[in-house]
Design a protein around this ligand. Structure first.
Ligand SMILES: *Cc1c(COP(=O)(O)O)cnc(C)c1O
Length: 412
């Protein structure tokens, strides 16, 4: 039986999370399927930002570091994220970008396994993860190797020379989820440390870093966490390792006594040592405020809705996109799929541009992936219906085949 728009409206009417959409300031006439690249704006954030800018910065000036609690903001924000990733509040810090945190943790990991000279990461990892690993390996005179992200290849590549295995939990192109527990156990069995990038996981699906005995992790603040463009990122270090970790960016915010203005660096006890310099207060305030959306929401409920949305997307794609040169590139088993559905089409870039012109915002990942993020906080079942039908009609009518859609913009 084919799925009708009315069926989807009925699913929305029954959705226990439907009320959360009202907490976001989404524009009318837009179906936003790119929350995995830049999360939407929670409605309450602008008024919080007005207070931070006008009252705390404008009137409070330097006093606000103490009086408005700015100095504690990185911790408060980390506490909210810790709950979403199965970590203790003493294991997470919000600071810098994902790229910078990766660098800090990779170098720290290589130092913790000083007798080993190999850094292992996955083929097809997110570009910055691979580039940062290259930079860290270069700096330390280590060797970087790439491995296919499947269990048997990883096990074969591990060995007594590998200091750290760095993988991304949910593949940004296909949305495939790797088994955090199994891969972490394999790394440990070979004596290596395990680092996970959670950029496409946290806020959309269950992550339990402590339960999986993960050593190190990083993740992004501006995707499913909705922290705003360029929001600060987070870093996780397992409690058992924190006091041994030496990270290379030994800035004053990671010092045991930043305001003692001592001559020499002494790292702070605990996770604070992962900080480097003064936090970007405005961005941090936006992220802290945005995370309030998650306060009364269970990650399990988000995951359940996310799987239902992506199952629906794939079923509709199967029903309505046949013969249009489109294939589903995400795993068909929802338990192996993150909160996105990726399609493949040779003219993917132009199709995505034509869809955006029609108010359906997804994105394109070279060479041929059309990517649709299904943020369970605010995407409706009816949005999925309308989006898949729009994809069909853009391709069927050849609407994408115009110079204005074929011309590549800087950000895809
Ligand atoms: C989004 C993303 C990043 C982003 O890194 P930035 O330093 O914020 O540019 C890194 N890694 C992965 C896997 C991502 O998905």
């Amino acid at each position: 039986m084919t799925i009708t728009r009315e069926d989807c409206l009925a699913l929305d009417a029954r959705d226990p999370l439907a009320g959360l959409r009202g907490r976001f300031a989404l524009p009318d006439n837009v179906i936003y399927l790119d929350g995995n690249s830049l999360g939407a704006l929670p409605r309450h954030v602008p008024s919080r930002m007005r207070t931070v800018v006008e009252d705390e910065w404008g009137a409070g000036l330097i006093r606000s570091w103490n009086d408005a609690g700015w100095i504690e903001a990185a911790h408060r924000t980390a506490e909210k994220i810790a709950r979403l990733i199965g970590a203790g509040v003493d294991e997470v810090i919000v600071a810098d970008s994902t790229s910078v945190n990766l660098f800090k943790l990779l170098v720290a990991a290589m130092r913790l396994r000083a007798g080993r000279d190999l850094l292992l990461t996955s083929i097809g990892n997110f570009p910055t993860d691979a580039y940062i690993a290259q930079g860290a390996a270069d700096l330390l005179g280590a060797e970087l190797r790439f491995v296919e992200p499947d269990m048997s290849s990883v096990v074969a590549a591990l060995g007594s020379r590998v200091a750290v295995l760095a993988m991304t939990h949910v593949d940004y192109r296909t949305g495939r989820i790797l088994s955090m527990h199994e891969i972490t156990a394999a790394a440990h069995a070979a004596g290596a440390l395990m680092l996970w990038d959670l950029s496409h996981s946290a806020g959309a699906l269950e992550v339990d870093l402590d339960d999986a005995s993960v050593d190190l992790a990083v993740g992004c603040g501006y995707k499913y966490l909705n922290g705003g463009p360029g929001a600060p990122a987070y870093a996780y270090v397992a409690r058992r390792l924190i006091d041994q970790v030496r990270q290379p960016l030994s800035g004053w915010f990671g010092h045991a006594e930043p305001f003692a203005f001592a001559a020499d660096y002494v790292s702070a006890p605990g996770i604070d040592r992962m900080q480097c310099g003064t936090p970007p207060m405005l961005s941090l305030a936006a992220l802290e405020s945005a995370l309030e959306v998650f306060d009364d929401v269970s990650v399990a409920a988000l995951r359940a809705k996310s799987m239902a949305l992506s199952d629906l997307f794939i079923r509709l794609a199967d029903e309505t996109l046949e013969g249009l040169g489109v294939t589903v590139e995400s795993p068909r088993d929802a338990s192996l799929r993150g909160s996105q559905v990726s399609l493949k089409h040779v003219d993917g870039y132009a199709i995505v541009q034509a869809l955006i012109a029609n108010g359906v915002i997804g994105d394109f990942r070279a060479p041929d992936i059309l990517r649709f993020g299904l943020t369970p906080l605010y995407v409706r079942f009816v949005d999925v219906f309308d989006a898949v039908h729009a994809i069909g009609s853009v391709i069927r009518r050849g609407e994408w085949n115009q110079p204005r859609f074929l011309w590549r913009k800087t950000v895809t």
